[in-house]
Design a binder for this molecule. Structure first.
Ligand code: PLP
Length: 356
């Protein structure tokens, strides 16, 4: 724990150079090594690229870009349903899992109720909760740098509406133990049966620990939302597709927000057309044909993480063994300054100073 109190820098396993700024045509080409976003440097699988190319190039027609996507999201729903062996009524698709976090806060976060999050962890869910007026409660990690479920339990009361857990946790790359999670669910729901637990599995594909579990098996035990994304191992961060898996009641509440007028005309629109045709094509192909690509991605990540770990050990830097595609390392100097220094070297990375 001590070293977490000192200055910390996060770095990632994947990297890529890009002409990010020139892409908008306004600035000169600028090259960055992108360590900050946990993207897949390999990009999507070739089948996804082909599918997106077809979707993009389809001339104005029945299925061209002049047409809205399928309001029922039938194709991607079916694919996710088959992939997880789950009913489509348990699925909510979104523009990245980021949209799911926003929907959760928007739908369930009214009345100043509490949102509990570990710290450090992925900050967007907390930001969404804050925007929608929730009271934020942050709970520091445990001594072994894992999420401190016992400390979170101490905060749970009848005002606790949402608890966010990232498994593996971004930025530390630690995972939750199955037994601890099961006890946690039972205890939380015995204190407050309305508390929604959001289990973010954005980096599940990278995990090597054989004891890792998915929360999917628990979605009918109580209010639990599993989030998944195509942004990381599937290499589709720019396409923006994510989804939630949860019980039918919660899925309905999350999806029944918009396009009421169309619903009255007979559409069951859920969130409307929030996934565009090109992104949907890429996501569908990734689910159907992406397995070998995921393995290749994982192998690459394992070799890069091993290299990082070796380098950090040689430099005498403490780091947390990661189950994801990023590594949390103590560089012993101010994290934010280090981030700024790296930025000037055209390296995008995430720096943390003490977080307590
Ligand atoms: C833990 C975690 N969850 C979710 C996301 C966002 O995923 P998406 O691109 O699907 O919005 C990120 C992005 O970095 C993340 O680190």
């Amino acid at each position: 724990m001590d070293y977490l109190k000192r200055e910390i820098l996060l770095t990632t396993g994947g990297f890529i150079t890009t002409n990010l700024l020139s892409a908008c045509g306004k600035k000169k080409e600028s090259k960055f090594i992108r360590l900050a976003f946990n993207e897949n440097p390999l990009g999507p699988c070739k089948e996804a690229i082909e599918a997106m190319e077809i979707a993009r190039a389809e001339s104005p027609s029945f299925s061209g870009l002049n047409r809205y996507p399928d309001f029922l999201q039938g194709c991607i729903m079916d694919n996710i349903s088959t992939y997880h062996n789950i009913s489509i009524e348990n699925i909510v698709c979104a523009c990245g899992s980021s949209e799911i976090f926003n929907i959760v806060a928007m739908v369930f976060g009214k009345n100043g109720e509490t949102f509990i999050t570990p710290i450090p962890s992925f900050s967007l869910p907390e930001k969404c909760a804050s925007v929608w007026g929730m009271r934020i409660e942050r709970v520091e990690l445990a001594h072994d740098h894992s999420i401190d479920l016992d400390a979170i339990l101490e905060k749970v009361d009848n005002k606790t509406r949402v608890i966010y857990l990232s498994n593996p946790n971004n930025p530390t790359g630690t995972i939750i133990k199955k037994k601890d999670f099961e006890n946690f669910l039972l205890t939380v729901w015995s204190i407050n049966s309305e508390t929604i637990i959001v289990l973010d599995e954005a980096y599940c594909h990278y995990v090597n620990d054989p004891s890792y579990f998915t929360g999917l098996n628990y979605i009918n035990e109580g209010p639990l939302i599993i989030t998944r994304t195509f942004s990381h191992a599937y290499g589709l961060a720019g396409a923006r597709v994510g989804y939630a898996l949860t019980n039918k009641k919660i899925a309905y509440e999350m999806g029944g927000l918009e396009v009421k007028s169309l619903s009255e005309m007979g559409f069951h629109c859920k969130l409307g057309a929030n996934i565009n045709r090109i992104a949907e094509a890429g996501a569908n192909a990734s689910l159907m044909f992406g397995e070998a690509h995921i393995k290749k991605t994982k192998d690459l990540n394992n070799s890069v993480v091993t290299l990082y770990n070796k380098a950090f050990s040689e430099l005498g830097y403490e780091y947390i063994p990661s189950q994801a595609n990023f590594v949390f390392v103590n560089v012993g100097i101010n994290g934010n300054n280090t981030q700024a220094y790296l930025y000037h070297k055209n390296i995008l990375d995430t720096g943390f100073n003490r977080y307590s």
